[in-house]
Design a protein around this ligand. Structure first.
Ligand code: PLP
Length: 426
């Protein structure tokens, strides 16, 4: 068969883009070569509807083993009692949990998108805000911290069936114990969406939700550094039926409700090649190398936040406990959109983001969100953060200066040569 040169050329160009630039998008990372190799494998040819040992297709003996390995490794990493590795993405993982426990029209309570929450936590443009009735808690205007008292007040008033915690742009840790207490007062379930900080939770560097939350969902491609995908887990509440009844009146176990919500509820055949790659990334997470990596993420994020604060930047909540920070640029007189544009021109990738109580639209925004997981994978250390912040600051302060942008782009490209990315790929 003729080789598709057009697409392979584009893949080559994307490799060069990733190599030359400084990647500060908080939700991105670079997988290892073996994770990518595992993803591009013959298991993509296999249909395996169902779960290990109980499939609707023949010939699943081998993929049963790799899916089971992925499940067992994830259980070991998080101390989880139940794991489903089939969700195609983080959004699918959240959809499956909601399908399992909610009826259309049920109330859910999540962190407002404009305060750092995620689309799947009740946004009006997402299934979660269309199928269910969303209510939102937020962060305090002064401190930038989640307002648990408000969460409690809204929960008591609205009696939601599900409280969702977790975020896409929140740099502080979560009080899962408090959230569970609030949920128990009103008989709600708690879903912790740890898509962003999962890798730090895996290594005990942030609070673990497993003792307090009924369900934990994550993506596998952010701090976890695996292939693009999702996962659903349960800890202490595994096999607690919570009195959930089927239409026939039987009480169903949570694990079986989640399994059926993923397949056949919202998905068909699992992506067994991606599940194999998830297993490889979990193998890596269990290693000491990954422990060093997770600790370095924290050191880099702290160093970067300090450098920004020293230059007069306003980080929401004043700093970070995790891998990311959200910067309010209003005192620097540049919008998030313009900041994103000028950074990209200098091969520094970061994304514009609304800040709490933003007066600009989601297309313009007043902020940028910066994260360190990807540059930490490249090998950058605390001592490099000041240099990056210097470049970002110069660009934002003189965003129309073409000569400056060109000069910094050259310096960035040169600097990143010290941190080879996929040298095996030539
Ligand atoms: C908190 C959170 N949940 C869920 C998702 C959705 O993940 P995916 O893009 O894999 O569907 C994201 C993605 O950014 C996220 O930040």
């Amino acid at each position: 068969m003729q080789r598709d040169q057009q697409i392979f050329d584009l893949i080559g160009q994307e490799l060069q883009r990733q190599r030359h630039g400084i990647e500060l998008i908080a939700s991105e990372n670079f997988t290892s070569l073996q994770v990518m190799q595992a993803m591009g494998n013959v298991m993509t040819n296999k249909y395996a509807e169902g779960y290990p040992g109980r499939r609707y297709y023949a010939g699943c003996e081998i993929v049963d083993q790799s899916e089971q390995l992925a499940i067992d490794r994830a259980k070991q990493i998080f101390g989880a009692a139940y794991v489903n590795v089939q969700p195609h993405s983080g959004a699918q993982a959240n959809a499956a949990v909601m399908l399992a426990i909610l009826q259309p029209g049920d109330k859910i309570l999540g962190l407002d998108l404009s305060m750092g929450g995620h689309l799947t936590h009740g946004s009006a443009v997402n299934y979660s805000g269309k199928l269910y009735q969303p209510h939102f808690y937020g962060v305090n205007k002064e401190t930038g911290l989640v307002e648990y008292d408000k969460m409690e007040e809204i929960a008591n008033r609205e009696k939601p069936k599900l409280i969702v915690c977790g975020a896409s742009a929140y740099s502080r840790d979560w009080d899962y114990k408090r959230i569970r207490q609030i949920a128990d007062q009103v008989g709600a379930f708690v879903l912790a969406d740890i898509a962003h900080p999962a890798g730090l939770i895996a290594k005990g560097l942030l609070n673990s939700p497993f003792a307090h939350c009924h369900f934990v969902t994550t993506t596998t491609h952010k701090t976890l550094r695996g292939p693009r995908g999702g996962m659903i887990m349960m800890g202490a509440d595994f096999e607690n039926p919570f009195g959930l009844k089927t239409p026939k009146g039987e009480i169903r176990m949570m694990s079986s409700l989640i399994d059926t919500a993923v397949f056949p509820g919202i998905q068909g055949g699992p992506l067994e090649h991606v599940i194999a790659a998830k297993a490889v990334s979990f193998f890596e997470i269990l290693s000491d190398d990954y422990t060093v990596y997770a600790n370095q993420i924290l050191k880099n994020a702290q160093a970067m936040a300090k450098s920004f604060v020293d230059k007069g930047y306003q980080i929401i909540s004043g700093g970070t406990d995790n891998h990311l920070m959200l910067i309010d640029l209003r005192n620097k007189n540049i919008s998030g959109k313009k900041a994103e544009q000028v950074l990209v021109q200098a091969d520094i990738t970061a994304n514009k983001n609304m800040v709490p109580f933003d007066d600009k639209s989601a297309f313009i925004t007043s902020g940028i969100r910066l994260g360190v997981p990807a540059i930490t994978t490249r090998g950058l250390k605390e001592e490099h953060m000041g240099q990056i912040v210097d470049w970002v600051d110069q660009l934002l302060m003189d965003a129309d200066n073409e000569t400056l942008i060109k000069g910094i782009r050259g310096e960035v490209n040169n600097f990143m040569k010290q941190f080879p990315l996929y040298p095996e790929l030539g």
